[in-house]
Design a protein around this ligand. Sequence first.
Ligand SMILES: Nc1ncnc2c1ncn2[C@@H]1O[C@H](COP(=O)(O)OP(=O)(O)OP(=O)(O)O)[C@@H](O)[C@H]1O
Length: 319
Amino acid sequence: MIEVAGVGKSFTVRRRAGRIRRSRTTVAAVDDVSFEVAAGEFVGYLGPNGAGKSTTIKMLTGILTPSSGSVRVCGLDPSRQRTTLARRIGVVFGQRTTLWWDLPLRDSLTLIRHLYRVDAAAHRARLAELTGLLELGPFLDTPVRQLSLGQRMRGDLAAALLHDPELLVLDEPTIGLDVVSKATVREFLARLNSERGTTILLTTHDLGDIERLCRRVMIIDHGRLAYDGDLSRLRATVDAGRMLVVEFARPCPPISLPDVIVERVQGPRQWLRLPRTANAAAVVAALADRHEVRDIALRDADIEDVVARLYRQVGTLAK
Ligand SMILES: Nc1ncnc2c1ncn2[C@@H]1O[C@H](COP(=O)(O)OP(=O)(O)OP(=O)(O)O)[C@@H](O)[C@H]1O
């Protein structure tokens, strides 16, 4: 469905160098990235700010032309065949809407039918289906400007899916949504992938989205692919260990014990990271020996810990 081979994208930026002079520098936003996504996959695309995610997505959807390498999506060259590709893929940018601000949602969706030249009967059936799945009924006749963020996102998803695309590309679809709206959007995407077989590429900073939805994750950093594989293997590869949260009777300086990394200190509480191989019982005994301990909790590193650690050690990982 997606084939990306040795792709790079550079931008020339002009910077001030002194009062009048400007110098030109080249920024490699994406640098020699290769990956494939097969039909039916649900892949998460992660990376810190400025890593190159949006640039990749813009190349996949034909908005930007790569500086080097090749991109094929649904067998097409996105930058040369952008209009043909648009009929086969759906794209949602969480920070922007494709809907007409002043029109009721229903009218926006009708206009989109004409843009994509969807046959009227097929449109009616698909709109009815999406209205049910995304619970659009109560606000189909409301102008887009009056919709809540969660309602608007559901509207945008419907707009991207009216022409029944094979591939859906999402850029931060749950940004700013409350817990309930997030859950609705995630549930919908999970069903779209499992029941309809739509291939989904999801860019997000929300690791809850990734944990809930994606088996495979790709992580980009400084324009280079730092990881591509199973979420479970990522946990194993990046030994984020376990987190010991200790509450002492009173605040004390950061603990110093072999193998123990102090991640955070807040009043009498300290967050201590233990490698997987460390003996937690021995650490707890050593702490209790030195200080009065009020409370202790031990948990596995969560996905936030794993990814934060990966971002820090990026470049040292084998692909
Ligand atoms: N049009 C442009 N002109 C110059 N530099 C650009 C342009 N677009 C992106 N960049 C630079 O390319 C790099 C990658 O940007 P990109 O927007 O792809 O990152 P991102 O991973 O999507 O970040 P974020 O999570 O913040 O959205 C950044 O250094 C950015 O400043």
